[in-house]
Design a protein around this ligand. Structure first.
Ligand code: NAI
Ligand code: MG
Length: 336
């Protein structure tokens, strides 16, 4: 309620981050969303407690609030610290990255019937950070797959499919070659699938999956996969509907944490010029509202964004328009 707002952490981030975060704040205000933002910026020095530029206080804020929205963070140059995104994933145990991806009405790409969700295991696989040189000219990278993390992300995928009225979950893999690792991942998916008889379960080899996605993306519904495949496939899917400026994501963590984030970077080439498209961050904020079960607000805001893009009068440069971030945001607020 208005008198008892929900507190959420906001990382405006770097580059275009503060501009598009401002857009989210304006739209939320216009829609009377009962959220109070607790803003945190990336620090200028390494915080020894996080071994990164993220401050301990900002992580505490997400842990306390359990919901947050993150703008893009530029990767600081130099060694001796952990990547910001890796730190967030590890410290907050953000085990699943969820990216809904659907054709935007009125914004033309080769397809008009994309409606899928990629769910990416976010903590292990090839991204475990275990690489070393064995001898000169030979390096080794270790891919870790555990039963615990695979079951956890599979559970989330089936839970998500059920909660969002989706019919099918496809596990994406290469178990014909990676027999032990992807084999274990698939075994866990099968185990979970048995508990959800109302959801159709299938397994698709990753290379074939890429071909099918490009040929006919409407074949897919919910896709669940190990980390590296998810990183690649989710960007491929963003491309099907018009690019990274449009697609939202949400990171799900242990203990009910949800940290929504736009998947694009800080766009230094257009930062500070009032040119950025705030859609990806706005739609990420919508996934956060859905996580909070504020579906009325989420629907209203999502409809206003889609309507504004479909009308085509106000569009930012990346979509072929000439509107500023501020003008596009105002058009969304008017459509609310
Ligand atoms: P980028 O996504 O920032 O930019 C790539 C191109 O897309 C640029 O031409 C940019 O202008 C455009 N673009 C991106 N978002 C846009 C938006 N919302 N509206 C309009 N145009 C948009 O990728 P880049 O240049 O490789 O990375 C820049 C910085 O961002 C680096 O420091 C990188 O490490 C960081 N980064 C951070 C991410 C995160 O925090 N999740 C993800 C990707 C990159
Ligand atoms: Mg990526």
């Amino acid at each position: 309620t208005e008198s008892n707002p929900i507190v959420a952490t906001l990382f405006p981030g770097d580059g275009i981050g503060p501009e598009i975060a401002e857009s989210v704040k304006q739209v939320f205000r216009a829609a009377d969303v009962p959220i109070e933002w607790e803003e945190h910026y990336v620090g200028k020095e390494i915080d020894p407690r996080t071994q990164s530029f993220l401050t301990w206080e900002s992580l505490e804020s997400v842990r306390r609030n359990k919901v947050g929205l993150k703008g893009p963070m530029a990767t600081p140059i130099g060694k001796g610290h952990r990547s910001l995104n890796l730190t967030l994933r590890k410290e907050l145990n953000l085990y699943a990255n969820v990216r809904p991806c659907y054709s935007l009405p009125g914004y033309k790409t080769r397809y008009d019937d994309v409606d899928l969700v990629t769910i990416r295991e976010n903590t292990e696989g090839e991204y475990s950070g275990l690489e070393h040189q064995v001898v000169r000219g030979v390096v080794e990278s270790i891919k870790i797959i555990t039963r615990q993390a695979s079951l956890r992300v599979a559970e989330y995928a089936f839970h998500y499919a059920t909660a969002h009225g989706r019919a099918r979950v496809s596990a994406i893999h290469k178990a014909n070659i990676m027999q032990k690792t992807d084999g274990l991942f698939l075994k866990c998916c099968r185990e979970v699938a048995e508990k959800y008889p109302e959801i159709t379960y299938e397994e698709v080899v990753i290379d074939n999956c890429c071909m099918m996605l490009v040929k006919n993306p409407a074949l897919f519904d919910v896709l669940v996969m190990p980390n590296l495949y998810g990183d690649i496939i989710s960007d491929l899917c963003a491309g099907l509907i018009g690019g990274l400026g449009l697609t939202p994501s949400c990171n799900i963590g242990e203990g009910g944490i949800a940290l929504a984030e736009a998947v694009h970077g800080s766009a230094p080439d257009i930062a500070g010029k009032n040119m950025a498209n705030p859609t990806a961050l706005l739609l990420s904020a919508v996934t956060m509202l859905r996580h909070l079960e504020l579906h009325d607000k989420a629907d209203r805001i999502q409809e206003a964004i889609l309507k504004t893009i479909a009308e085509g009068k106000y569009r930012t440069g990346d979509l072929g328009g000439t509107s500023t971030t501020t003008e596009f945001t105002k058009a969304i607020c008017d459509n609310l």
